[in-house]
Design a protein around this ligand. Structure first.
Ligand code: SF4
Length: 269
């Protein structure tokens, strides 16, 4: 790892990550001051995007086309987006910085979504997932994902067919890219969709970091629950960590995740 001391408040780091897509170099700017958990979010997301850019480039080089494009919102119209706790806090802060009219529109859609989820009996399951004292397995999350998908409930941030908080969207939205025809995304239960491999899941890395810091389970919060969750745990936002130490801790969790992913790949070989 090379590092360049740019200024007393930022350290620029060059890292090489061993991922399922091979060794990938990334560059990040890490604050050296004491920072809240939300300040690590853009750093991990940037790492995820840099690794995904390498995966995308090699996919295109192999003659395939990424079919996700502006104006296609098939996944935003139905998928239950999983959000890491640090991102939940970042989204809650972002909401406060939005122009009031935009915020009101999101709040109205959120209220409508939560009412609908309650009516069909899914809201309590989402709350359970957000607050569970133990980590939910993929087997436990899967039926909830399917039930949510079947509702065709658009994301609360979707406006006129586009993400209205694009710069702030969760890591899960940034990482999900497909190479199959866009129309197949209209029903992923019936159609087989070719999803691009994700070398680094920033949301999962952030969830692992939060679990390490708090001593709880690795949790992902369904998007319609994030503001409630962030409000309930608001006092934790007051904590601060030294930027470089927090980033080191994030790298430890990331290593665990990347090693597990690599082991999974070698088992499937
Ligand atoms: S946050 Fe934005 S990108 Fe993600 S599902 Fe919602 S509208 Fe789509």
């Amino acid at each position: 790892m090379k590092d360049f001391n740019l200024a007393s408040t930022i350290r620029q780091l060059d890292l090489t990550l061993t991922t399922t897509s091979g060794e990938i170099s990334v560059q990040v700017d890490v604050p050296t001051a004491f920072i809240p958990i939300t300040d690590i979010v853009p750093i991990l997301r940037s790492m995820g995007e840099q690794t995904q850019a390498v995966e995308t480039a090699s996919t295109v080089q192999a003659g395939k086309e990424i079919t996700c494009m502006k104006g296609c919102s098939a996944c935003c119209e139905r998928i239950m987006v999983p959000v890491s706790p640090p991102e939940a806090f970042a989204l809650a802060e972002m909401m406060q910085s939005l122009p009031i009219a935009h915020r009101r529109r999101i709040e109205e859609r959120l209220a409508h979504t939560r009412q609908h989820l309650e009516k069909v009996g899914l809201l309590s399951a989402l709350e359970d997932m957000a607050e569970s004292p133990t980590q939910w397995s993929d087997e436990k999350v899967d039926p909830l994902n399917r039930a949510y998908y079947a509702l065709r409930q658009p994301c609360i941030f979707l406006e006129d067919g586009a993400c209205s908080i694009y710069e702030h969207r969760p890591a899960a939205c940034r990482e999900y890219l497909v190479t199959s025809p866009a129309e197949l995304c209209e029903d992923t239960e019936k159609n087989s969709v070719a999803v691009l491999p994700i070398p680094l899941r920033a949301g999962t890395a952030l969830s692992i970091l939060w679990a390490d810091l708090m001593g709880g389970p690795v949790r992902l919060i369904p998007l319609p629950e994030v503001f409630e969750w962030a409000e309930r745990h608001r006092s934790l936002l007051e904590q601060k960590w030294h930027g470089l130490e927090l980033f080191d801790k994030a790298l430890e969790g990331l290593d665990k995740f990347l090693n597990q992913a690599l082991q999974g790949t070698s088992k499937n070989d």
